[in-house]
Design a protein around this ligand. Sequence first.
Ligand code: ADP
Length: 397
Amino acid sequence: MDILVINCGSSSLKYQLIDMEGEKVLAKGLVERIGIEGSRIKHEPINAEKVVIEEPIQDHKKALKMVVEAIVSKEHGVIESMNQITAVGHRVVHGGEDFSKSVIITDKVMEALEKNIELAPLHNPPNITGIEACKAIMPDVPMVAVFDTAFHQTIPEENYIYAIPYEYYEKYKIRRYGFHGTSHKYVAFRTAEILGRDLKDLNIVTCHLGNGASITAIKSGVSIDTSMGFTPLEGLAMGTRSGNIDPAIIPFLMKKENMSCDEVNDVLNKESGVLGVSGISSDFRDLEDEAAKGNKRAQLALNLFANRVKKYIAAYIAELGRVDAIVFTAGVGENSPLIRKMVCDGLNFIGVSIDNELNDVKGKERIISSEDSKVKVLIVPTNEELMIARETMELVK
Ligand code: ADP
């Protein structure tokens, strides 16, 4: 069974074709600059050289047509015909309160997705465009929507309701939704496999630390709290996002700097986080290099980031009552021994101890806690595409 996984952004489209027998990636790639000058597709087939095809790609339908052509092409294709694609799994950012699981896409589902645009005005429209483009090109292939928010629909009320007038929840559905759900779920499953334990018996804190970053408390395989909220702006300091700040800063800034709502929203989403603090970069590699050379603000950004990760982990351990494993994933979590060490050294008091040699690694799945650590600490590279393909297969089987 070959499953095509699609992750559609406003001007980009990422794809993977996965043979579910052995869960092998047959091809993957990226269409960039859709509708913008300089559009191209980068296609990486298994067992052959990567190809880049540059040509005008005016919309997502054309992009998808090129993806399918690349996958079945004589020169760099991996299957003979489009008919071999059993199903398509789409990443959808926001399922609101309508979806607590992945679903087969029907007209009713499309209506619900449209309704949820209000909650994710930047992300859901391109996701919907991707689904529509796929339907136009492969009308008979079943499609599944896998939501970033679905895994967190198990969070109890006291953790998802904000302490503002309850009517705003009733009127506008303002509540914590949480994001990166597919990633948190995947690494939790994988952690249970690595530890040879039943996920039902484990309490896990998963740390997805990428450009966007979130932490989740998982009890018996179920999300009970997560750091992102109504939008992906809440929680940790991130590459360019502020994460938690005193909400009173917003009207203060609007008055002092004469900013509009949209302007202040842009500052908090695009100019804040470790970029805003350091004034250097949102990329942790740059910050680590600069901090090593003695740049104080780069060091401050790293300290602030690691400290907030540590505080969330400790808070979530308190919520869980006990923790069996702490898991690091995504760009920074997988690749930065320094950040992992800064975070874990701060958790020595609850018996977390990492082995510095084991921690000295990038992008490898491994246990990095020391023999005597009371809590297992792991690096588990995330694989959202595989998780989407698995959920798609389950539903269409
Ligand atoms: P997203 O998917 O949210 O865009 P990723 O999970 O790909 O982000 O993470 C990207 C971030 O990972 C980069 O901004 C960079 O800071 C960080 N990163 C990647 N490699 C390294 C590394 N070797 N050391 C430290 N940070 C790294």
